[in-house]
Design a protein around this ligand. Structure first.
Ligand SMILES: Nc1ncnc2c1ncn2[C@@H]1O[C@H](COP(=O)(O)OP(=O)(O)OP(=O)(O)O)[C@@H](O)[C@H]1O
Length: 598
C-alpha cells in the first residue's frame, strides 16, 4: 500500500505552521481582533483577585456590609464581562475559519485534479482522503483555539505572575519555581508527541484506504468469501492505530501530570508560607487572598498548555501532510523549448497524423534495473487512418495509449499530432483533440447524459449526445427510468460492464475528436453488439485518426492497419491479413477465433 511517510524529527512546528499564513491572511483582521478580545477577557479575570483583596482588607475587616455588597457587584460585573468577551471572540472567528478550511480544501482538490497520473499511481487514495478531511478539520480547530489561546494564556500568565510578584515577591518566586522543569517537560513532550502524531495521522490514512477499497471491491470481497479476512485486516490496522493513540494519551497524561502537579505543589507551599507570614503579621490577609486567587486564576491557563501544545503538534503534522500534496509539481501546461511551437508548421503528408518518434518510456516508480516498458517506438498513423495495436498481455499497449493524451510523459523521443510535439500543445487543447476510452470504463455519480457529454466541449447539444449514443449502440439509455437524466450509481455500478463500456465509448466520440485512442473498448460486448458498434464506429473513424488497442480479430478488423508491439518496439506494421501471413507472433496472438473473421 503506497503511502508517504515523512520524518518529523527535524521539523520545527512553528515554521511548519507559518505555511498556513497565505490562507489565514484574508481573515487576519478578525483573528487579531478575536485574540485581543480574548486577552482582555482573560485579564478581566485577573482583576477579580484585586477586588477580593480590596474587600478582605477593607469592608470585610471594617465589618461594612454595604461595602461587601458593592464588592460582590463588582465581581458579578467582571464575571459577566469576561463571559461576554469570550462569546464575542467565538463569534468573531467561527465564520472566517470555516472559510479558511473550505478554501484550503478547494485548493487541495484543485491540486489533486492537476497532479499527474504518476502521482495518483503512487499515493493511496485513503491518504489523500484523510488529508482532505481529518487533517483540515485539525487545522481549523488549531486556528480557532490553540493558536489564540497559546497567546492569550501566555499573556495572562505573564501579567498574573507580574501581579503576584508585585503583591509579594517572595511568594511570587515560590510560585515561579516550577517554571523551568515545566518548560523542559514541554520541550521533550513536543518532540515525542510530534513523531507519534505523524504516525497516528498516517495510520488513519491507511485505515481510510482499507475501508475505501473494501467498499469499492465489495463484490470481490463477497464473491471470494473474503469478508472475514478483510475484517481481520481492518481490526489489525485499527489495533495498531489504537496503540498509537494510546501512546499519545500516555504522553499527554505525563505532561498533564507534570504541568498540573508542580504548580499545585508551588501553590501549596505559597499557601503555607503565606499563612505563617500572615500569622506573624508580616503580610495582610487581603494580600494573601489576592495572591492565592491570582495563582488559582492562572491554573487553567497553565494546565491547558499541555493539550494546547498537543493540538498544535497535531496541526503542524496536518499542515505537513497537507503541503506534501500541495508541494507536488502539477502538470505543466506546455514544456520548455517546445512551447510556442503549438501553432507550428502546417502539416505535410509526411508529418500529419499521429507519430511516435523514438519513444521510450519507463514508469517513474519502476526499479532502476528494470528494462523500460517501451524501448523504441516508431509509428506513423496517417490522418484519417485507424491503427490497431496488438501485443501480448503486459507488452505495454495501455502504457503507449496513455502517452498520447499525456497521462504519462515520454522518457525520451517524442509524439507529434499533425507535426506538432504534444508537449508544445496546452494540455486542455491536447485533451480536446484526443479523446480516450479505456477498457475499464469509469462513470461518475451523475446522469448518463452528463457522463457522456464530459467528452465534449460546452457547446455540445442533445443531438450530439444522441449521435454518440447511437454510434456506441448505447440506445438502452432511453429505456432507463429517466432516460439520459438517469443517475448512475457510484462508478456506474448499477450498469452492466458492457453498458458502461458503451457509455465510455459514447463519451470518447461525442466531441468528434480529431484523434481517438481506444484501449480495447469493446471487450465486454457480445459479438452482435460488437459488430453493430463496429459498423457505426467505422463511419466515425472515417475522418478520425485512431489508435485502437485490440485483443480480438473482430476489433482488429475495425482498423485499416495493425501494429504489433513486442519487446518494447513496434515489431511489424501491416494489414491483418499480411501480418497473419508473415508474422508468426501475430498469427499466434490472433489464433483462436480468427477463422471467424478472415
Ligand atoms: N503504474 C505503473 N507503474 C509501474 N509499472 C506499471 C504501471 N502500470 C503498468 N506497469 C507495467 O508496465 C507493463 C505494461 O503494462 P500495460 O498495462 O501497458 O500492458 P498491456 O499491454 O496494456 O497489457 P494488457 O493487454 O494485459 O492490458 C507491465 O509490465 C506492467 O506491470
Amino acid at each position: 500500500m503506497p503511502t508517504t511517510r515523512a520524518t518529523t524529527e527535524d521539523r520545527s512546528a512553528v515554521r511548519t505552521l507559518l505555511r498556513l499564513w497565505p490562507y489565514v491572511r484574508p481573515v487576519r483582521a478578525r483573528m487579531c481582533t478575536a485574540a485581543l478580545v480574548a486577552i482582555v477577557a482573560s485579564c478581566t479575570g485577573l482583576v477579580i483577585p484585586l477586588v477580593l483583596k480590596w474587600m478582605v482588607d477593607g469592608p470585610v475587616a471594617d465589618r461594612d456590609p454595604s461595602g461587601v455588597w458593592l464588592g460582590a457587584l463588582y465581581l458579578l460585573a467582571l464575571g459577566v464581562a469576561e463571559a461576554v468577551l469570550f462569546g464575542i471572540r467565538r463569534w468573531l472567528v467561527a465564520r472566517p475559519l470555516s472559510q479558511v478550511e473550505a478554501e484550503m480544501r478547494a485548493a487541495l482538490y484543485r491540486r489533486l485534479q492537476r497532479l499527474p497520473v504518476a502521482f495518483h499511481d503512487r499515493w493511496a487514495s485513503g491518504q489523500l482522503l484523510s488529508r482532505a478531511t481529518t487533517d483540515l478539520m485539525l487545522l481549523r480547530q488549531f486556528l480557532a483555539f490553540p493558536l489564540t489561546f497559546l497567546l492569550v494564556n501566555g499573556v495572562t500568565i505573564v501579567i498574573g505572575v507580574a501581579i503576584m510578584l508585585v503583591q509579594d515577591w517572595v511568594l511570587g518566586l515560590v510560585i515561579l519555581a516550577p517554571a523551568i522543569p515545566v518548560m523542559w517537560t514541554c520541550a521533550v513532550f513536543e518532540r515525542r508527541y510530534a513523531q507519534v502524531t505523524r504516525r497516528a495521522q498516517d495510520q488513519v490514512g491507511d485505515l481510510t484506504t482499507v475501508v475505501e477499497e473494501s467498499v469499492l471491491g465489495i463484490r470481490i470481497v463477497k464473491g471470494f468469501g473474503r469478508h472475514r479476512s478483510q475484517v481481520r485486516a481492518f481490526h489489525e490496522l485499527a489495533a495498531v492505530l489504537r496503540g498509537t493513540e494510546l501512546r499519545k494519551a500516555r504522553l499527554l497524561a505525563v505532561i498533564w501530570g507534570v504541568i498540573v502537579a508542580l504548580p499545585e505543589l508551588a501553590i501549596g507551599a505559597a499557601l503555607v508560607l503565606g499563612s505563617v507570614r500572615v500569622a506573624d503579621g508580616g503580610l495582610s490577609a487581603g494580600t494573601l487572598v489576592a495572591f492565592l486567587s491570582t495563582a488559582l486564576a492562572l491554573r487553567w491557563p497553565v494546565d491547558s498548555i499541555g493539550f494546547l501544545l498537543a493540538m498544535s503538534q497535531e496541526a503542524a503534522t496536518a499542515t505537513e501532510r497537507y503541503f506534501e500534496v500541495m508541494d507536488e509539481a502539477p502538470e505543466t501546461d506546455t514544456d520548455g523549448a517546445a512551447a510556442g511551437a503549438a501553432d507550428g508548421p502546417p502539416p505535410t503528408a509526411a508529418r500529419a497524423g499521429l507519430r511516435f518518434e523514438g519513444v521510450r518510456f519507463r514508469y517513474p516508480d519502476a526499479p532502476p534495473d528494470a528494462p523500460p516498458v517501451l524501448a523504441h517506438i516508431d509509428l506513423h498513423i496517417h490522418p484519417g487512418e485507424s491503427m490497431a495495436l496488438v501485443g501480448a498481455t503486459g507488452s505495454g499497449k495501455t502504457t503507449l495509449t496513455a502517452l498520447v493524451p499525456r497521462l504519462h510523459e515520454v522518457t525520451a523521443g517524442r509524439i507529434t499530432l499533425d507535426g506538432v510535439d504534444i508537449t508544445a500543445v496546452p494540455r486542455e487543447e491536447l485533451r480536446a483533440k484526443v479523446a480516450v476510452a479505456f477498457e475499464e470504463p469509469t462513470l461518475f455519480s451523475a446522469g448518463v447524459g452528463e457522463n457522456v457529454l464530459m467528452g465534449a466541449g460546452d457547446g455540445a447539444t442533445a443531438a450530439d449526445l444522441d449521435r454518440a449514443l447511437a454510434v456506441a449502440q448505447a440506445d438502452f439509455v432511453h429505456t432507463l427510468p429517466q432516460g439520459t437524466g438517469t443517475r448512475v450509481g457510484e462508478q456506474g455500478l448499477s450498469l452492466s460492464g458492457g453498458q458502461r463500456q458503451r457509455l465510455a465509448l459514447a463519451r470518447a466520440v461525442v466531441g468528434r475528436p480529431r484523434f481517438l485512442v481506444l484501449d480495447d473498448p469493446l471487450s465486454a460486448l457480445d459479438v452482435h453488439t460488437e459488430a453493430a458498434v463496429e459498423a457505426a464506429l467505422r463511419q466515425v473513424l472515417a475522418d478520425t485518426t485512431a489508435l485502437i488497442v485490440a485483443h480480438r480479430p473482430s476489433t482488429v478488423l475495425l482498423a485499416d492497419r495493425v501494429a504489433l508491439l513486442s519487446g518494447g518496439r513496434i515489431a511489424a506494421v501491416g494489414t491483418h491479413q499480411e501480418l497473419l501471413r508473415t508474422n508468426p507472433e501475430y498469427a499466434y496472438l490472433m489464433s483462436g477465433d480468427e477463422e471467424d473473421h478472415r
